[in-house]
Design a protein around this ligand. Structure first.
Ligand SMILES: C[S@@+](CC[C@H](N)C(=O)[O-])C[C@H]1O[C@@H](n2cnc3c(N)ncnc32)[C@H](O)[C@@H]1O
Length: 236
């Protein structure tokens, strides 16, 4: 089944579920999302003075964590205004500075080679064109810049696959729908994860678009995956 991921449709869907997003994220992942974000930020090794872009930032949890880690400047970008409004309200950045920009990850409003690091948590799955997204991420990173991608995935082995699919296909869309009042959005979550390329396929695409993969690790019985990428400039 082909899912329409045009930014207007996805943006308005996230606008609708923004008020209950944080609550459901924590509940449906049994709070594992917070631990995974911490792992992503520490793997980037962000230093004072670095410029960091959080792509598809949502309500900003990755960005805030980065701000607590170092005296860096973190730009939070998202297509959903309501998600960004919540991020702005939650902002209590301590060491680093926090900036907010509305924008589409397929056509980012930044010059070439602006950022030392980019990251996206549960964002890449929503992109209508993965190659175009990776090309944009490559463009805005400085040479040698790093990008971390955290995304949900489907376990490949029995019995975890069976347990996960039972939860993901039946229980999760019902709880998500009841709490958010938007059953369609949580069916989208299920369908977008099920239809997303598995790690091997995604890695091939990342390499094709010019990234070097420095780490690719499954998390908690493969229900999520972290990819660490490096922009290696082409030799002239
Ligand atoms: C599942 S949420 C993840 C939010 C956040 N990164 C987190 O860790 O909770 C996905 C986010 O991607 C954003 N998004 C989807 N398509 C986008 C696009 N084309 N450009 C920018 N943001 C997009 C949505 O608005 C939403 O906030």
């Amino acid at each position: 089944m082909r899912i329409d991921k045009s930014p207007a449709i996805i943006g308005s869907m996230f606008d609708r579920i923004a008020p209950t997003y944080d609550l459901l994220n924590a509940a449906l992942s049994f709070s594992m999302d917070s631990r995974w974000r911490k792992t992503v930020i520490s793997s980037l090794n962000i230093k004072d003075g670095d410029k960091v872009l959080d792509i598809a930032t949502g309500t900003g949890d990755m960005a805030f964590r980065a701000c607590r880690t170092a005296g860096c400047t973190v730009t939070s970008m998202d297509i959903s205004r309501r998600m960004l409004d919540i991020a702005a309200r939650k902002n209590k950045s301590s060491r680093g500075s926090f900036l907010i920009t509305a924008g589409d990850a397929i056509a980012m409003p930044f010059s070439d080679e602006t950022f030392d690091h980019a990251m996206t948590a549960f964002g890449i799955r929503n992109m209508p064109d993965l190659s175009a997204f990776l090309d944009e991420a490559f463009r805005i990173l400085k040479d040698g810049g790093k990008m971390a991608v955290l995304e949900l995935s489907v376990p490949s082995r029995f019995p975890w696959r069976w347990i996960y699919l039972t939860y993901f296909k039946t229980i999760l869309p019902i709880i998500g729908g009841l709490v958010s009042g938007d059953f369609k959005a949580y069916r989208y979550l299920r369908d977008s994860v099920m239809g997303f390329p598995p790690p091997g396929e995604l890695e091939r695409l990342m390499e094709e678009r010019g990234f070097e993969i420095t780490q690719s690790s499954p998390l908690f019985f493969e229900i999520a995956h972290i990819y660490l990428l490096k922009k290696v400039a082409a030799e002239v």
